[in-house]
Design a protein around this ligand. Structure first.
Ligand SMILES: [Zn+2]
Length: 341
């Protein structure tokens, strides 16, 4: 018997038309013993058909998803679709308001809280509502991320490499429909409990993204995000007419960081000096950056050498670095059809 969520909503998922509403999450605070944290949700439905479930603001320092989905929620009219689009533009609503990656209320990372539990603190409680009430409704799941405050990234649509080959092929088809510069196959090197992992395990066609970073936030990355969502909704036969900008641009390059060594973590703390930029071709053993010791200036900086070769796909965007933090990600081009590396 699944545990019921204490979260309620004022939207009716079965009703045709457009509804702006909220998920009301119980909260007890110092200023109000009885209160609700209101997480905005928009449902647009036009008869029977597939359901797309779109998330932004899983991390509170990534604003590409909120801007794209707030615009889409206002712009999209029921008569333009067949089926249903459910949008949660600011999933970790308290984190978005604070501009922080993790929730300021319980310090939890929403993208490590899945599947969640109704008895969890606020972040896990929201994750549980998504797992038990929203994901079962969906055929297509999109979770929009970027590098946020700490990483510069090449703009990509992403996914794990799945055992289920038909599901993987369908997800790659959806990813190609996005028309982002890259399709990025990644592995989890910093914990489990991700929203996309959970949706993938439920068999959903699931796309994540890494659309640049807080510092790269702008016209280009927002354009790739918003055109891509339209393109994929059309691919899913939810958006009836092709979007005006759909299908334009070069085909995506499929890249993979499948080995633990593709993710370079800082061996010591210090000031990170990058020596290579995003998109650069890296050879094995190349020094891609240096860490300067702020306490021992006479000490030569620690050289960061790669153990793998490929494209510099991501690098740390903040100079001050603590031991163990990710400095760079190296990817290799893989066959877009078979996705064999
Ligand atoms: Zn994120």
């Amino acid at each position: 018997m699944p545990h019921a969520s204490p979260i309620t909503t004022d939207v009716d998922f079965a009703r045709d038309g457009k509804q702006f509403g909220h998920l009301a999450v119980p909260q007890s605070t110092n200023s109000a013993g009885w209160a609700k944290c209101l997480v905005p949700i928009t449902v647009i439905r036009n008869g029977d058909g597939p359901t797309a479930l779109l998330f932004g603001g899983n991390h509170g320092d990534e604003f590409e998803g909120p801007v794209t989905l707030l615009n889409l929620a206002r712009r999209l009219r029921p008569e333009q679709i067949r089926g249903r689009v459910i949008m949660v533009p600011m999933l970790n609503r308290p984190a978005i308001a604070a501009g922080t990656r993790l929730s300021p209320i319980d310090g939890v990372n929403m993208n490590r809280a899945f599947p969640g539990h109704p008895g969890d603190t606020i972040t896990g409680m929201i994750a549980h509502y998504v797992s038990s009430n929203l994901l079962p409704l969906a055929d297509l799941v999109i979770d929009i991320h970027s590098g946020g405050s700490s990483m510069h990234m090449l703009p990509s649509v992403n996914m794990h490499r799945l055992e289920n080959q038909p599901q993987m092929e369908r997800m790659l088809e959806a990813a190609h429909a996005w028309r982002a510069p890259y399709i990025f196959l990644y592995r989890d090197v910093a914990g489990a409990g991700l929203l996309p992992s959970h949706a993938e395990q439920m068999g959903k066609v699931t796309l994540g993204t890494e659309m640049g970073s807080k510092a790269q936030f702008g016209v280009e990355t927002l354009g790739i995000t918003s055109r891509g969502v339209d393109n994929v909704l059309h691919w899913a036969e939810i958006l009836v007419e092709p979007p005006p900008t759909g299908g334009s641009g070069a085909a995506s390059q499929v890249v993979e960081a499948g080995d633990e060594s593709d993710y370079l973590m800082a061996p010591t703390s210090g000031i990170f000096e990058p020596l290579q930029e995003l998109g650069d071709q890296i050879v094995r053993g190349q020094v891609i950056g240096r860490l300067h010791d702020i306490e021992r200036p006479q000490q030569p900086p620690e050289e960061i050498r790669t153990e793998s070769a490929g494209i510099l796909f991501a690098r740390r965007s903040v100079p001050l670095t603590a031991q163990g933090e990710c400095l760079a990600v190296i990817t290799r081009v893989v066959d877009p059809v078979s996705t064999k590396s």
